[in-house]
Design a protein around this ligand. Structure first.
Ligand SMILES: C[S@@+](CC[C@H](N)C(=O)[O-])C[C@H]1O[C@@H](n2cnc3c(N)ncnc32)[C@H](O)[C@@H]1O
Length: 299
């Protein structure tokens, strides 16, 4: 008999939760393990940044729960998502918690894992290709390159102008030998460019913004720290987008290989089909809260 179970009480048997990174959008970038678990689980709880093409891989008959938006609210709050995972696992189900990119990069996957760990629910983390890697590869911008960048930093661009922490960070970030990748930085692009230039990064430093990276809807602009805000505005780039700043950006001149037009011809991607069903694809001012280019339908 299991000594840890008090007499008269059945030991609760939990289902397992797999916290899985879905990558940046292209379904071919899903890991083999992720694709297998999507076929084998009982339920998929998915985020707004998981592309429809990836959700199309989930077999009919497996339940889908959209955690990106609750009825009449913008987001299902994090504690409700945590509670949902606990409740599904408590009923013995095998749960896939599917997140855009990598669950441990600006994905709050660790918060969900901590909740599960606290309760003793078994879980596994399945890494995914994070937006920085996907956008780097699909726009021909290496994140490091001998002689151009000796390090790379992933930075959140989701901050308020003048915030004390960010003020302290600028001097540290303004390193000409480091490639900076800002997630959720589109809204703050002007502040980011200002902060870096003020703290010593030349205004001529190459810089790019990539929207919907790795998908048939990928759009990007390249310029310099000084010119990028205007270029982004003129091109009407919207979230989700990453900013890549550093000398490596200039290599895209020779290395950009991906043509979204060709990818569009090979897929059923349409501008209006993106974010279908919620109208949220139009709401793109704040990329922390935006789903342009991504699945938002409750399955
Ligand atoms: C909450 S973070 C999630 C990051 C995710 N966990 C990852 O590893 O990529 C959301 C931000 O990731 C970036 N992002 C995610 N997918 C993207 C894509 N396909 N193209 C460009 N940026 C993307 C955008 O900056 C977006 O605002």
């Amino acid at each position: 008999m299991d000594q840890s179970t008090p007499p008269g009480r059945a030991k609760q048997s939990f289902g397992k939760v797999y916290l899985i990174g879905a990558g940046p959008g292209d379904p071919d970038l899903l890991t083999v393990k992720a694709a297998r678990l999507l076929r084998e689980c009982d339920v998929v709880v998915f985020d707004r940044l998981v592309s429809s093409a990836i959700m199309d891989l989930v077999p009919a008959g497996i339940s889908r729960i959209y955690a990106g938006k609750a009825l009449n609210r913008h987001h299902l709050p994090q504690d409700e998502i945590n509670a949902l995972l606990v409740s599904l696992a408590s009923s013995g189900r095998t749960v896939v918690r599917l997140k855009g990119g990598d669950p441990f990069v600006f994905g709050r996957g660790s918060e969900e894992a901590l909740t599960l760990a606290d309760i003793g629910i078994p879980f596994e983390i399945v890494p995914g290709i994070t937006a920085a890697s996907g956008c780097s590869a699909y726009s021909g911008i290496p994140l490091t390159h001998r002689g151009l960048a000796t390090s790379v930093r992933y930075v959140t661009g989701h901050f308020r102008a003048g915030e004390e922490d960010m003020e302290h960070n600028w001097a540290n970030l303004a390193d000409p030998d480091t490639t900076l990748v800002f997630y959720m930085g589109l809204t703050n692009l002007e502040n980011i460019a200002d902060g870096l230039i003020t703290h010593g990064l030349p205004g001529t430093t190459p810089a790019a913004a990539i929207q919907n990276g790795t998908t048939a809807g990928q759009r990007s602009v390249r310029g310099t720290l000084e010119t990028l805000p205007d270029l982004v505005r003129d091109a009407g780039l919207r979230a989700p987008a990453v900013l890549i700043i550093g000398k490596v950006v200039a290599l895209a001149e020779n290395l950009a290989w991906f043509t979204p037009e060709a990818a569009r011809a090979d897929s059923d991607w349409t501008e209006s089909g993106i974010g279908a069903g919620t109208g949220e694809g139009e709401k793109a001012s704040d990329d922390a809260h935006d789903i342009q280019g991504f699945n938002s339908a409750t399955g």
